[in-house]
Design a protein around this ligand. Structure first.
Ligand code: FMN
Length: 334
């Protein structure tokens, strides 16, 4: 008999359940995969592998999910485990800076880093931050207000403005994750016919009830530049692996006399503070290099400087130099 799997999920508005059944289908109809809500699980003992799926709330997996991991950590340490999150933000080079908080990484797999570090005895064979769906009129009052506030605080725009349904899910990430389960846990070849199962997610529900043509999701641009009173932001994509990109960032820092400090290091990304005195004042450039499971072979790199335009000229020049180096030798990917 083959390995027996459990997908245990937590959901409020149903995105996570849809993704769970989609994953079951992608893993394969010939495989034993139970799909159960947190409340329906009495024991995980009968399973060889457990896929733990949750929505994201205030940059974390759900409380129930965290409590489940805590309670079962010793058993989970003996099993093969994978984590996935549905979430609003999927850009894993994203740094959020809001008043009263330290600037920190958000989006996708970044929301799993704390949990993985907290339970080192559980070594997930695969992790994914997939994106999700928000149906604005269905949100509870508190959730609706929270989302409104998040929109105000997010410095890089409100992607959900004008939408009744805002989707951010990246289907390729679900498919890559399912293939990782097949290859790493089940010793099966990756599936190549995955697109035919996208109906588990896509639907005819309109993005806006008054404007049926409004699209529910526009992927964030891989190459982007903006310079406003609040932020100098550059983001680009290069042909490289993570180690290669990190070596280039180090080379840039030493050539520009920048003190480069690693703030967060994970298997899929690294967040740096690049410190340098410009006109006698020390500024921080926030640099993140990340791989993206849906964009194999490329690394996405973001630079952010939140100082005022008059003070940040030197930092802007250094960011331009960084990109010259990153893009050299035909590495830039449009
Ligand atoms: C109150 C609230 C807080 C949220 N916080 C985050 C967050 O911190 N980061 C994020 O990427 N998504 C966040 N989301 C988006 C949800 O995680 C996403 O829409 C998810 O797909 C919902 O899953 P569900 O439909 O299974 O409940 C939040 C949504 C709500 C309503």
């Amino acid at each position: 008999m083959g390995k027996r799997g459990l997908i245990i999920y937590d959901t409020i508005y149903s995105s996570t359940i849809e993704v769970s059944f989609w994953l079951k289908a992608l893993i394969g109809e010939d495989q034993h995969v139970d799909v159960k809500h947190q409340n329906q699980v009495l024991s995980i003992m009968p399973y060889d592998y457990i896929i733990i799926g949750s929505f994201t709330r205030m940059e974390k997996p759900s409380k129930k999910t965290l409590a489940f991991i805590k309670k079962n950590k010793d058993v989970l340490a003996q099993k093969q485990v994978a984590y996935f999150l549905t979430c609003g933000d999927t850009d894993e080079t994203m740094v959020l800076k809001v008043p009263g908080q330290k600037a920190h990484l958000i989006g996708g797999r970044n929301y799993l880093i704390d949990t993985i570090e907290k339970y080192p005895q559980i070594k997930p064979v695969a992790i994914a931050g997939l994106g999700g769906r928000q149906v604005m009129p269905s949100l509870g009052r508190f959730d609706s207000f929270t989302i409104f506030l998040v929109g105000k605080l997010a410095k890089e725009g409100q992607p959900w403005a004008g939408l009744d349904i805002w989707e951010s899910l990246v289907p390729e990430r679900v498919e890559v994750f399912a293939n990782e389960i097949r290859e790493r846990i089940l010793d099966l070849p990756p599936r190549e016919d995955q697109e035919k199962l996208r109906g588990y997610w896509t639907s005819l529900q309109p993005g806006n009830v008054k404007d049926a043509n409004r699209v529910k999701y526009t992927p964030k641009k891989a190459n982007e530049q903006s310079s406003t009173a609040k932020i100098f932001f550059h983001r680009s994509r290069i042909k490289s692996n993570l180690e290669g990109a990190k070596a280039l960032i180090k080379e840039w820092a030493s050539s520009c006399d920048i003190d480069l400090r690693e703030i967060t290091v994970s298997a899929f990304n690294t967040y740096y503070h690049a410190l340098k005195k410009y006109d006698g004042k020390e500024l921080t450039i926030h640099v993140v290099a990340s791989d993206m499971s849906d964009d194999p072979g490329n690394i996405h790199i973001a630079f952010r400087c939140w100082d005022k335009p008059a003070a940040r000229n030197g930092a802007e020049e250094d960011i331009n130099k960084a990109e010259e180096l990153l893009w050299a030798d035909g590495r830039r990917v449009e």
